[in-house]
Design a binder for this molecule. Structure first.
Ligand code: HEC
Length: 319
């Protein structure tokens, strides 16, 4: 026998086997206790909307129904990790609240284990090497961007920045500009490990299409000369991914340096804030996309300035 008998005493309640080779005792113990804690948390925090049986029929009813966990049709990933993440951040624009300030990481993992069990036959989503899954810090995928819809063009050089709140930002980088904002899973790479080839497959649903997916450049000189946004770098060190570029005039002079970050706002209505930190060597003009708001006047004077373009999202809203 592999284990001394004494180990079985504390395990006696949880059907301790004398043949540990046949039954992975310690493992099922762990998930059993996680399940117990998970049930308590579920009944306290989740059942009023998702229903005591997980069928989505809780006592609180919303315009937008809570998800049934029985059929296992998760839109944001069905691994314990993915469910815990949805629990932490909520689903902005829907009644699903974030629990990150209320529950510990362990509690969120227990409740995720518990609700996953409502659909017992669920297969673990394949987080194989092809799918890039954003966990605790932002990720950047580089590659060819497929056309967002059939009327738009493919962008051979693109970058997608995925943030832990499950929003991702699609940029063309031949002349840096934001094309769309998506919500949900991040990116599938069909040609993982190889260079070039198949476009990235963006898995999130589009919630913002900037100027119908084909925006003009945002910046000109104050005389109206278009400035080329030349990619410098991306940075994933902070909570939200950052993209930096130079604004270059036709004669090659660098007119300004820009660091851009996109983030969601919290509140009753989720908005996307596109935040620019600009170091301007000459004054420049900003031409915001349609259907957006800008935080200050479009003329950016020489010096360091920040401003914000706000995008309304659609698709995530309750009406
Ligand atoms: C105030 C109501 C409410 C409460 C409380 C609530 N939820 Fe939700 N939840 C919702 C709604 C509504 C949705 C569906 C949102 C949508 O339309 O996509 C949802 C969706 C989800 C999803 C997304 C499933 C998917 O599609 O990937 C998960 C996971 C989830 N809830 C877990 C929880 C957990 C865990 C708790 C408790 C800790 C909880 N919810 C508490 C309303 C609620």
């Amino acid at each position: 026998m592999k284990y001394p008998l004494i180990l079985c005493i504390p395990l006696a309640l949880a059907n301790c086997s004398t043949e540990p080779e046949k039954e992975p005792v310690t493992q099922s113990m762990e998930s059993a206790s996680a399940m117990q804690g998970g049930e308590e948390i579920y009944m306290l925090y989740c059942a009023q909307c998702h229903g005591a049986t997980g069928d989505g029929n809780g006592v609180l009813k919303h315009d937008r129904p809570a998800r049934s966990f029985i059929d296992g049709g998760y839109s944001f990933g069905n691994t314990v990790h993915a469910i815990a993440k949805t629990t932490a951040f909520g689903i902005p624009g829907t009644p699903m609240p974030p629990f990150v300030d209320m529950l510990s990481a362990e509690q969120m993992e227990s409740v995720a284990t518990y609700i996953r069990n409502f659909a017992p036959t669920l297969a673990e989503a394949r987080e194989d090497e092809k799918e890039m899954v954003v966990t605790d810090s932002p990720l950047v995928a580089r590659g060819m961007l497929p056309a967002i819809n059939p009327t738009l063009k493919l962008h051979p050089r693109g970058i997608v920045i995925g943030n832990p709140d499950r929003f991702s930002y699609e940029y063309r980088v031949d002349d840096v500009r934001l094309l769309s904002v998506r919500q949900g899973r991040f990116v599938l790479r069909a040609d993982w490990g190889e260079r070039g080839g198949a476009p990235l497959e963006l898995l999130g649903g589009v919630v913002v299409l900037v100027d119908n997916g084909d925006p003009d450049g945002l910046f000109t000189t104050k005389d109206g000369e278009a400035l080329h946004a030349k990619l410098k770098s991306t940075n994933t060190m902070h909570d939200y991914g950052e993209i930096s570029y130079n604004l270059v005039a036709q004669d090659g002079r660098v007119v300004a340096q820009v660091m851009e970050t996109c983030r969601t706002t919290t509140g009753t209505r989720t908005l996307i804030e596109q935040v620019f930190d600009i170091q301007a060597n000459e004054s420049i003009l900003i031409h915001p996309p349609s259907n957006t708001d800008v935080s200050n006047a479009p003329l950016v004077p020489v010096g360091n300035h920040s401003f914000i373009i706000t995008h309304a999202i659609y698709g995530g809203d309750s009406k």
